[in-house]
Write a protein that binds this ligand. Structure first.
Ligand code: IPM
Ligand code: MG
Length: 356
């Protein structure tokens, strides 16, 4: 079988981690008799430099007809001063919107070998295994906004949080289906004690709970959730929440698990799905060949499972990551004395070797 995947390197460490993941996927998909045709397209800062805009139509068009998109990371200080309308981040937001990717899945789990890397006590994190289901094309990220206008103390800016019933219903469906394949529990997170949009969110969540009696639902405010994630992260199975709250809670979830560098994500919806690590472009270490490629490699594993009909490849990649960590290979971000320190290339080679 042949599959077409668009690779978007993006900025900073993007190129290094995407090429590492491509090598791993190319080897692993052979297990499922698949050959991947990669096409590189630009987005983010590199697209601003080349085309004067962060998300050229040619990139959108290529993604639309592909089987999947693998993205590194976008953004960096080089583009901090550009007009907000064409910031590199607009590329990711624009792609999510253009491809109808209303749902972002962020699985948070502990690798045994990294259990003591969490800032939390080992006994708190040993059972951590949850998925954040983040709404991705609505809410304050895509609401109306006003960039700062006016003078002096009256200078003002605002962003509007909006949710429609259909947006909440479809994300709840994903959360419920995800929970049914896991431990059967959904925690819906909102700020219904203050926000009208959150009250609608909770109302719809409660209706869905009634309609799905085999799934256990609970409802938490986002501030309480942020606290629960550090006092008892093992309680969660599926967390479903809004775009903004999901952005914040997923970074928190990631460090709870030990390292931001290891967390993958899948954005799914009505069009081609997009896979990317949750970390950023790390401009401080870009070009040095020392970035941790595992978040992208694990995102590529999700891509194999959900978009490329390559479940054996997905399992093999995930097992290889587990084994390589257990064998003590560590990039700088997760290095501790006594471990085998490797760069991006060394880590990639180790993973390739472990893919049987
Ligand atoms: C993420 C990132 C993005 C977001 C940025 C880069 C726009 O933080 O995927 O979590 O806020 O969604
Ligand atoms: Mg984020």
């Amino acid at each position: 079988m042949e599959k077409r995947v668009v690779a978007i390197n993006g900025d900073g460490i993007g190129r290094e981690i995407v090429s590492a993941a491509r090598r791993v996927v190319d080897k692993a998909v052979a297990k499922d008799n698949i050959v991947i045709h990669w096409a590189e397209h630009k987005a983010g800062g590199e697209a601003i430099d080349t085309y004067g805009e962060p998300l050229p139509q040619s990139t959108i068009d290529a993604c639309k007809v592909a089987d999947a998109v693998l993205l590194g990371a976008v953004g960096g200080p080089k583009w901090d001063a550009v007009n907000p309308a064409i910031r590199p981040e607009k590329a990711i937001l624009g792609l999510r919107k253009a491809l109808g990717l209303f749902c972002n899945l962020r699985p948070v789990r502990i690798f045994k070998a990294l259990q003591d890397y969490s800032p939390l006590k080992p006994e708190l994190v040993q059972d951590v295994d949850f998925v954040i289901v983040r709404e991705l094309t609505g809410g304050i990220y895509f609401g109306e906004r006003l960039e700062a206008t006016g003078e002096g103390a009256d200078e003002v800016a605002w962003d509007k949080e909006t949710y429609h019933r259909y947006e909440i219903e479809r994300i709840m469906e994903v959360a419920i289906n995800t929970a049914k394949q896991r431990k059967g529990k959904v925690t819906s997170v909102d700020k219904a004690n203050v926000l009208a949009s959150s009250r609608l969110w909770r109302k719809v969540a409660q209706e869905k709970a009634t309609a799905n009696p085999t799934v256990a639902f609970d409802y938490l405010y986002v501030d309480n959730t942020a606290m629960q994630l550090v006092v008892n992260p093992g309680q969660f199975d599926v967390i479903v929440t809004t775009n903004l709250f999901g952005d914040i809670l997923s970074d928190e979830g990631a460090v709870v698990s030990g390292s931001l560098g290891l967390l993958p994500s899948a954005s799914i919806g009505t069009g081609t799905a997009l896979y990317e690590p949750i970390h950023g472009s790390a401009p401080d270490i870009a070009g040095q060949g020392i970035a941790n490629p595992l978040g992208t490699i694990l995102s590529a594993a999700m891509m194999c499972r959900h978009s490329l009909e390559a479940p054996n490849a997905a399992a093999a990649i995930e097992k290889a990551v587990e084994d390589v960590l257990a064998a003590g290979y560590r990039t700088g971000d997760i290095y501790k004395a006594g471990m085998k320190k490797v760069n991006t290339e060394g880590m990639t080679e180790a993973i390739l070797q472990y893919i049987k």
